[in-house]
Ligand binder design. Structure first.
Ligand code: FES
Length: 82
């Protein structure tokens, strides 16, 4: 989420600033990457219930800690955030 904000990616509003309290940072993680991310916390799962157009690959981007292992991570924005 921070990377998106710093690079002016439209559609990632991040209204709560990364506190896992708004779901305006919802992304779809490419299926080839889903298994490489840490599992979702109960808090993230609960907040995703408030996001529109949830898919099995949905994540809140503010909860994805970017490190070298995620170099090349592919995510897509939900249609409602484009
Ligand atoms: S920025 Fe609010 S839930 Fe991610």
């Amino acid at each position: 989420m921070l990377t998106a904000i710093k690079n002016n990616v439209s559609g990632i509003d991040a209204d709560c600033g990364g506190a896992c309290a708004c779901a305006t940072c919802h992304v779809y993680v490419d299926s080839s990457w889903v298994h490489r991310l840490p599992p979702m916390s109960d808090m993230e799962k609960g907040m995703l219930d408030f996001a529109p157009d949830i898919k099995p690959t949905s994540r809140l981007s503010c909860q994805i800690e970017v490190n070298g292992d995620l170099d090349g991570l592919i995510v897509e924005l939900p249609r409602t955030q484009r």
